[in-house]
Each structure stands twice: as structure tokens, then as C-alpha cells.
Ligand binder design. Structure first.
Ligand SMILES: [Fe+2]
Ligand SMILES: [Fe+2]
Length: 365
């Protein structure tokens, strides 16, 4: 139950749309405000702002940007709500970096979940830099988990760059939220939602976390192992922040020298974490060894099978499935089933019993 939360819906009609009325009546205090361009909106503290993108049609994207950037004070968590077609102009003008987009029709429960989640965030939401939409399309039922996942990744990358401290409680809390969300709403909509994400690094990390947790749920891992899987997957590639962007974003094949640098990211990631208190050895192993193969042909240590534990094996499979189904400039994305077929040919390198148990999930992603 939500209490003490205020919501302001900005739209051009006086009446609150039916779906908002259903979601909010009796639960949160809600004000509907008509907005005019270049009009300052003072909404007060503790308020979540919703812009009804379907009802703000008379505003140009520039006016919406002005409203969001300059007129709404203080800056508050922001949700755009609208039909899929209302998202297109917002995305085209890079406005989704200011908030979260929820697609109509939505269930009242999931709107309340995300309002509750955003209102509980200790800090105001900082917009992503222009051209870097870090918070974009969120599929309804996973909205709180995905939004939390994005925040945690932003924190982890800033930690890996040496710009902030590691917040492990937040990481664990987000892992739990994600485990619950995947257990309840399934892998399919998670993968679908993540695929819409604009930022490739976020897309990859959120995909690997979702796949790894979804796989571990399928294999009926116990709760303590699910938590390690989520934590390890969130952290698995943070060492990449030490690599130059022109290697990370290179559209074509890497040269030998570039490959050698790329192969250092598991080492950099593990080094960054090793000195932190309370990081489990299983998590460190996932970070260092997720590119190892059972026949010793992987990197960075060329480990053989018996030295690669189950959590690492599972994360390796999640990482490879993610890479195969992702959209990259130089390759078409495979379907989930095709990705599992590719991996099934990698005898000797991957854990075949685990792969076989997971293969039915290929149809769902
Ligand atoms: Fe990696
Ligand atoms: Fe990865």
C-alpha cells in the first residue's frame, strides 16, 4: 500500500484519465494540472510527476524539454505515460533521458509499483547526458526492477571509474527486486524490455543479469545462490570501464592488440572488487572467469573444467546468449532458439547438461 506519496499528472485536459483514476483513487494524493508552455510549475517536495504523453500532444518536444529542464521545480522523479506511438517523438528528441516511459495499457499495480519505487529514491533523478539515454523504455511489469537495475549499474560504473564508493546493500536489494520480478513475470518481457534500451552497455548488462537470474530460477537454485548470481552478473563486465571507448564501440573485428586489451576486462573488474569488504569469492570468480571455457581455451587464465564452478558456468552461458541475441552494428541479432543452437555446438567448452536444461527457455527469449 502506498501512503504519503503525492503525484502530479501534467496533461492538457482537466479530467484525470480513467486509468489514472483507477490506479490512484484512495491510495495517493493526486493533482491534475493543465500545463501551458513556458509556465513555471511548482509541485513541491515528495512528488512524483507524470506527464501524460497522450494528452500533451499540443506541446512540441522543445516545449516539453523546456518544461522538464527549466519549469518543474524542484526536479522530481518523472514518468511519461502514453501509447507506444507517443513514445516515438519523445525518443526522437532524446527526452526519455529525463524519466521512465510506461506504455499504455498498464496494470494499475505496476503503475503504483513504479510510483512507489521512484518516490522512495533518496535522490532526485539526474537526467542522463544528451545523446545518452540511460533510462528509456520500461516494460510494464518489470518497471521497478529495471529502473533499479539501471541506477545500480550507473553506480557500479562510477565505482569502477574510481568516482564513488561501492554501495553493496543497494546492489543486493536490487538483485532481490530483480529475482522477484523475474520469478513473477518471467524472462520474456524482461528480454523484450531490455532490447529496447538505447545504451548498449546498459542493454548488455541488464540482459546478462536477467538471463542469468532467469536461468538460475529455471535450475531451481536456492535463494542464497540466486543472490550471488544476480550480484555477479551485475558486476561481470565493470572492468570494461578501463578500456578505451573506441575498442568497446568498434563496429568491426578487433585487431590482435585490441583483443588482448579487451581480454583484460575480467582482470580489471576483479581487481577493482577484490579489495572491497564483503564481496563473496563466488562473485569474484564470476567476474574473473566468465570468459573461461571448460577445455582451457578461454581467458584470462585458461582454466580447465574442474576449476570453473557452476555459478561461473551459468553466467558464461548467459553472457554468450546475451551477446548472440543483442543488436550490434555489425551483425543481425539471433533469436533465442538460434542462440542456443550455436551454443549447443560448443562441445567441450560449455557445460552441456546445464545448457540442455536451459535450452527450452530459448523459445521464450
Ligand atoms: Fe565479459
Ligand atoms: Fe559480458
Amino acid at each position: 500500500m502506498i501512503s504519503g506519496v503525492h503525484v502530479v499528472v501534467l496533461g492538457e485536459n482537466e479530467h484525470l484519465p480513467e486509468d489514472f483514476r483507477r490506479a490512484f483513487t484512495g491510495l495517493v494524493s493526486v493533482r491534475h494540472m493543465r500545463i501551458k508552455a513556458h509556465e513555471a510549475v511548482d509541485i513541491g517536495n515528495g512528488t512524483v510527476v507524470i506527464i501524460d504523453a497522450d494528452r500533451a500532444a499540443s506541446f512540441s518536444p522543445d516545449e516539453i524539454e523546456d518544461l522538464v529542464q527549466n519549469q518543474i521545480r524542484p526536479v522530481r522523479p518523472l514518468i511519461f505515460v502514453g501509447q507506444a506511438k507517443s513514445r516515438t517523438p519523445l525518443a526522437a528528441h532524446n527526452l526519455l533521458r529525463f524519466g521512465t516511459f510506461m506504455c499504455r495499457p498498464f496494470s494499475t499495480g505496476s503503475l503504483l509499483d513504479i510510483v512507489q519505487f521512484l518516490s522512495s529514491q533518496p535522490r532526485a533523478v539526474e537526467p542522463a547526458p544528451a545523446g545518452k539515454a540511460s533510462r528509456t523504455w520500461i516494460v510494464d511489469e518489470h518497471a521497478p526492477a529495471m529502473s533499479a537495475g539501471e541506477n545500480v549499474l550507473a553506480d557500479l560504473f562510477s565505482f569502477a571509474k574510481g568516482q564513488s564508493r561501492l554501495n553493496q546493500p543497494d546492489l543486493i536489494k536490487t538483485g532481490d527486486l530483480l529475482i522477484g520480478s523475474l520469478a513473477e513475470s518471467g524472462l520474456n518481457s524482461w528480454v523484450h524490455g531490455v532490447r529496447q534500451h538505447h545504451d548498449r552497455t546498459y542493454q548488455h548488462c541488464l540482459l546478462v543479469v536477467g538471463l542469468a537470474v532467469g536461468f538460475a530460477l529455471k535450475l531451481q537454485f536456492r535463494q542464497s545462490d540466486l543472490r550471488l548470481v544476480a550480484k555477479g552478473a551485475f558486476l561481470h563486465d565493470i572492468g570494461k570501464v578501463r578500456l578505451p571507448l573506441d575498442i568497446l564501440d568498434k563496429p568491426g573485428k578487433l585487431t590482435d592488440a585490441e583483443s588482448a586489451m579487451m581480454r583484460m576486462h575480467p582482470v580489471y573488474g576483479e581487481e577493482a572488487m577484490r579489495l572491497e569488504a564483503g564481496v563473496e569469492p563466488e562473485v569474484l570468480r564470476v567476474m574473473r572467469s566468465h570468459h573461461e571455457f571448460l577445455d582451457g581455451s578461454g581467458y584470462p587464465d585458461g582454466l580447465m573444467g574442474e576449476h570453473i564452478d557452476d555459478l561461473v558456468r551459468l553466467t558464461t552461458i548467459a553472457d554468450m546468449v546475451a551477446a548472440l541475441i543483442e543488436q550490434r552494428p555489425y551483425k543481425a541479432p539471433l533469436s533465442g532458439e538460434e542462440a542456443f543452437e550455436v551454443l549447443a555446438d560448443m562441445h567441450g567448452k560449455l557445460d552441456m547438461p546445464i545448457l540442455k536444461a536451459l535450452a527450452p527457455l530459448g523459445r521464450l527469449i
